[in-house]
Ligand binder design. Structure first.
Ligand code: ADP
Ligand code: MG
Length: 479
């Protein structure tokens, strides 16, 4: 494996989150009854004319600005001709020679902590096709044209990726970006964000790229990683046993964990691209670009860097907390409500809160614990009303909807014991109950200290202030 290098370029399709289709007024809402959301334009009936959706253009421009790309002042829609049952027009409207977004880049973070800039060749606007349904039709295929005409942004990377891990890191970063921008809902189960992976291998040091295979329609990060891993091995085995890789389209079968040939280069479609005579060239002026720029949110990398500087977080923590806009907002609201302690807030948002969300399959927007409530809990840790350990119990009750932290602490009698006399009383009881351990400790068995701490905490039901317990216990054990 050592002498081989992998080369990968990704083509990612992001469905744009417009209300209506890219060239018609039909709804793009997911999950409607089949064929209830395809109008005459989406079906390409004779005599209809497409009208470009301004919002789809605005979203494409926002994306271009976010990746530092050039926005083409003039771009052209072309017809990509092919026959398929889910494409009743017989052609897909796309952009070919002159795409709206050209030459951008995205920085990805690698596992070893370094980062790498990945070139984005282009991003163009196009319409999605309908869907063929092969289940439930006993020997027949169903066609659902609801998706026909849904706006897509196809984002094409340079062949800059060198491993399946890098490809996944790039895809995740792009996913985060389009969701941040609010131009795509990012729902991969529903097909809103999907990927074609181009994969080739070459001997290390070889200046020329190898022949690539294109793996179509990968709709999860895991499938992308597995499909690429499989494909790399297949190509290396093939070459090492004297064969040659042929340029072809392949499909990934997740059940078998392998890619299989779908069609070779000879059977590749000749799309006979030509400018769509029904659509004028797309002219974008400075005002339009300026307005799109003004509507950009704080971008993920900028927010992450700000979290490092403003809150003193590690780069890792800042990365986790800025994974989504909602999570970043939740964190910042918590810090604001508590009035400081950014590290404590980070630990709780990334730790207990994230754990509970994960366990219940909820995302941050559905958190039953509000930022105000979490801050209320952290306030009581800060003023030492409760210990960190007891706080976990309070959090569980918060999650279950038992009211605010103060009410829960009161109701359950969880207030930390900080009264020295009360703690001394517990310590005396523990020492009296364990004379043997006391003798051993005094004879030099230091590690029994932990045993005594444990007993005191147990007897006080976890409520004794740990700092005071340590201090007072050390004194008493010394005798
Ligand atoms: P096509 O027009 O056939 O789609 P492109 O030149 O647009 O081909 O490339 C499509 C994708 O394939 C791009 O993401 C590009 O980076 C990638 N790619 C091109 N050549 C190679 C190669 N030899 N190995 C891996 N990926 C490649
Ligand atoms: Mg392509």
């Amino acid at each position: 494996m050592m002498e081989w290098e992998t080369v990968i370029g990704l083509e990612i399709h992001a469905q744009l989150a417009t209300k209506s289709k890219i060239f018609s007024g039909a709804s793009t809402a997911y999950g409607a009854e089949p064929n209830t959301q395809a109008c005459a334009i989406d079906l390409g009936l004779p005599g209809v004319l497409p009208v470009l959706n301004r919002e789809a253009v605005r979203m494409a421009v926002m994306f271009g600005l976010a990746i530092g790309a050039t926005i083409a002042r003039r771009s052209v829609f072309a017809r990509k001709n092919y026959f398929y049952p889910d494409l009743p027009k017989g052609y897909q409207i796309s952009q070919y020679e002159l795409p709206v977004v050209q030459k951008g880049e995205l920085t990805i973070d690698l596992e070893d902590g370094s980062s790498k800039v990945i070139g984005i060749t282009r991003a163009h606007l196009e319409e999605d096709a309908g869907k063929s349904l092969h289940e439930d039709f006993h020997g027949l295929s169903g066609i659902d044209l609801n998706r026909a005409g849904t706006p897509l942004l196809e984002i094409v990377s340079e062949p800059d990726l060198r491993s399946a891990k890098e490809a996944v890191a790039y895809m995740k970063k792009l996913h985060q970006m389009v969701v941040y921008l609010g131009i795509c809902d990012g729902n991969m189960q529903e097909g809103s964000f999907r990927c074609d992976a181009n994969v080739s291998v070459r001997r290390k040091g070889d200046p020329k790229f190898g022949t690539r295979a294109e793996i179509k329609n990968l709709n999860s990060f895991r499938f992308v990683e597995r499909a690429i891993e499989f494909e790399i091995e297949r190509q290396i085995d093939l070459i090492e046993s004297g064969g040659t890789v042929v340029q072809e389209t392949r499909l990934y079968d997740p059940d078998q964990g392998e890619t299989r040939s779908m069609r070779g280069k000879e059977e590749a479609n000749d799309y006979r691209y030509f400018p769509d005579p029904d659509l004028l060239p797309l002219i974008i002026d400075e005002d339009f670009i300026a307005a799109a720029r003004a509507s950009l949110p704080e971008l993920p990398d900028v927010k992450k860097q700000r979290f490092v500087e403003q809150y003193g977080l590690s780069s890792y923590d800042a990365g986790v907390l800025t994974a989504s806009r909602e999570l970043g907002d939740y964190y910042e609201e918590t810090v604001a409500a508590l009035g400081g302690e950014p590290k404590l807030c980070a630990n709780w948002v990334m730790g207990d809160l994230a754990g509970f969300l994960n366990k219940d399959g909820k995302d941050i927007a559905q958190s039953p614990v509000s930022t105000e409530q979490l801050a209320g809990l952290l306030r009581r840790i800060r003023d030492r009303t409760i210990s960190g350990k007891i706080a976990k119990e309070v959090f569980e009750a918060l999650w279950a909807g038992e009211g605010d932290a103060d009410a829960i602490i009161e109701k359950r009698g969880l207030k930390q014991i900080t009264d020295t006399a009360a703690i001394e009383k517990v310590i005396d009881d523990v020492i009296a109950a364990n004379p043997e351990q006391l003798a051993q400790y005094r004879a030099g068995k230091d590690k029994l200290f932990g045993f005594f701490v444990g007993q005191v905490m147990k007897l006080s039901k976890g409520k004794a202030n740990p700092g005071q317990v340590n201090e007072l216990l050390a004194e008493k054990l010394r005798g």
